[in-house]
Ligand binder design. Sequence first.
Ligand SMILES: NC(=O)c1ccc[n+]([C@@H]2O[C@H](COP(=O)([O-])OP(=O)(O)OC[C@H]3O[C@@H](n4cnc5c(N)ncnc54)[C@H](O)[C@@H]3O)[C@@H](O)[C@H]2O)c1
Length: 319
Amino acid sequence: MSNGVILVTGGSGFIGSHLCEKLVALGFETVNLDNFCDNYDPAVKENNISSLLNNPHYHLYRGDIRDHRILDRIFADHSISMIIHLAALAGVRQSLANPRDYVAVDVEGTVNLLEYAAKRQVKRFLFGSSSSVYGDNPVPFKESDRLERPLSPYAAAKISGELFCRTYHRIYGLPVVCLRFFTVYGPRQRPEMAIHHFAKLIDAGLEVPLFGEGNSERDYTYIGDILQGIIAAMEVPCSFEVFNLGNSKTTTLMELVTLLGETMGKQPRLKIMPVQPGDVPRTWADLSRSNRVLGYRPRVDLKEGIKRFVEWYWSQKGK
Ligand SMILES: NC(=O)c1ccc[n+]([C@@H]2O[C@H](COP(=O)([O-])OP(=O)(O)OC[C@H]3O[C@@H](n4cnc5c(N)ncnc54)[C@H](O)[C@@H]3O)[C@@H](O)[C@H]2O)c1
């Protein structure tokens, strides 16, 4: 593994804050560039990074991935050897309401970072992509699938991000790994995502909206398994690579809410709703490539992962 400094973008968010903790624990000098935007409560992001602030191997820069001044400063202050690019506006439904913002952050922001990576001889660029790129392709989703069926501006922006990664690899020989994450959950999950949002509704005795009549299926992946995949991707021999990081087991929304209610010891009140625009009917990762090449094997099943999430949820309540 390289000795230089790792730049994590979006390191104050759900996945990024866990990743920064892991990198620092593994002995990496780690820089977090995050603008603490208000797509959800910035206080949550401040809380996510609180354990790292006094660590001498962790360096926080508050700013935007599109801002040249802050990136110039980071590259002047540190010898960046790898960029793990997680900063984004994430979320399918909000992208239908604000598509231009998604293009500005998820596409333009990615291109800006690729420019720095290529021109400053960064040794590797890891891009946090999404299972959304597959749209409503037939399952299970394979990395070699054609990406012609996006169902939201978010999905289109992630496909564009991957396309720019490939282009920068071809022009400049930049080594790139695109990691397609499948519905990640666990402690610190974004508050508007299904499991976290539903936990709050169940806890408050409010109705849980089951869009798609509860029949939509997702491949839920525990945060610890995603970290395992990212760490493996930092080391794998690479030119331009794409890997699915999922759990390879699909669960219906109805099954998910039932399990969540049982784990919380509360009976969910269900409200059956039609399919929402932008939502794909199912996701399911084919993991044969990431298994073979990365040695990636998800270890935490949904029952155990939900138990850990609920423990975290109760521990946070009222804080
Ligand atoms: N959580 C999932 O299930 C999931 C699934 C697939 C892909 N992803 C991708 O993984 C990455 C991380 O997702 P997450 O769930 O941790 O989201 P998150 O919103 O918790 O984290 C993203 C972080 O990026 C920061 N950010 C946003 N715009 C920025 C900008 N212009 N400049 C600097 N920082 C900016 C935000 O403040 C936030 O802290 C995203 O790229 C997302 O698209 C997540």
